[in-house]
Design a protein around this ligand. Structure first.
Ligand code: C2E
Ligand code: CA
Ligand code: CA
Ligand code: CA
Length: 274
């Protein structure tokens, strides 16, 4: 059966093989990416819709692979989640984001994506505490973006971890709100501060029913006493519609792409002068 090792199943094409080869390659290289300093954080502005000012940024990871070029987090994060490497990666991101943000000229908030796997497998609370104390960043400037996941099968654990994080004083956001499978009653019971409305709802507002859905999400969050941030805002018209709906914050190419730190600092300095 030696043959079945390389050609696992009938209908397994050459394209499948090369995808598998890339997968294996990235998997083994990702372990070294950290020690070889190939990972970077970019920062995408988050603005207040009432005046367009930057109030925070989201940290987004980039991997500069020496041979394959820039690898998207959409490709390597799921891989790191599979292997458990996300725990180590997650600690690195928290440390980096906090230590960079503490030196910025304006005390804006910094958001860090937390993988559902980190919730299950690592001591997330200890990692957050360590990143805060090492950097000296005030907890209220750190925003953790949490996604719901079918892998997180223990809602009481999620609730527990979120409760502890909130006790530390960090800000909690539900990422990609509306795309998960959870019942709304699930959210009613979770401690969090902000709803990040998924780009899907923000960009597909061509039909009346899409607009109704978007408005309903904004309204629901408001009535639950949560802040709202719309993702994927790509034009002024969308920003105006969201503002009229009562959405507080926004993020998207219209306000700024994910930027290297020096470009972000230049932008913040420009804002101070105004
Ligand atoms: P996400 O958390 O939903 O992040 C938003 C994604 O939308 C980012 O893609 C961002 O660059 C992109 N985006 C922002 N504004 C616009 C816009 O106006 N139009 C369009 N078309 N796209 C926009 P990115 O940077 O490729 O990240 C993809 C995903 O990878 C993220 O989705 C997040 O789930 C994950 N990710 C990125 N960095 C990290 C990280 O440090 N840790 C973890 N756990 N996940 C990360
Ligand atoms: Ca996010
Ligand atoms: Ca998102
Ligand atoms: Ca996402």
């Amino acid at each position: 059966h030696a043959r079945s090792e390389r050609l696992p199943a009938r209908g397994f094409s050459r394209a499948d093989q090369s995808a598998l080869d890339r997968h294996r390659r990235l998997d083994s290289d990702l372990r070294q990416a950290l020690s070889r300093d190939q990972l970077r954080l970019l920062f995408q502005p988050q603005v207040d819709l009432s005046d367009g000012r930057i109030v925070g940024v989201e940290s987004l990871m980039r991997w500069e692979h020496p041979e394959l070029g820039l690898v998207s987090p959409a490709e390597f994060i799921p891989l790191a989640e599979e292997t458990g490497l996300i725990v180590e990666l997650g600690r690195w991101i928290l440390d980096r984001a906090c230590s960079q943000a503490v030196a910025w000229p304006v005390p804006i908030s910094v958001a860090v994506n937390v993988s559902p796997v980190q919730f299950l497998r690592s001591d997330l609370i200890a990692s957050v505490e360590a990143a805060l104390s090492r950097s000296g960043l005030p907890p209220e400037r750190l925003d953790l973006e949490i996604t719901e996941s079918s892998r997180v099968t223990d809602p009481s654990r999620v609730h527990d971890v979120m409760w502890h994080l909130q006790k530390l004083g960090v800000h909690l956001s539900i990422d990609d709100f509306g795309t998960g499978y959870s019942a709304l009653s699930h959210f009613r019971d979770l401690p969090f501060d902000m709803v990040k409305i998924d780009q899907g709802f923000v960009r597909d507002r061509k039909s009346e029913s899409d607009r109704v859905l978007l408005a309903a999400i904004v309204e629901l969050a408001r009535k639950m006493g949560k802040q709202t941030l719309a993702e994927g805002v790509e034009d002024a018209e969308t920003a105006a519609i969201l503002r009229a709906m009562g959405c507080t914050f926004a993020q998207g190419y219209h306000f700024g792409r994910p930027l290297p730190e020096d470009a972000l600092i230049a932008l913040l300095l420009g804002q101070v002068e105004k």
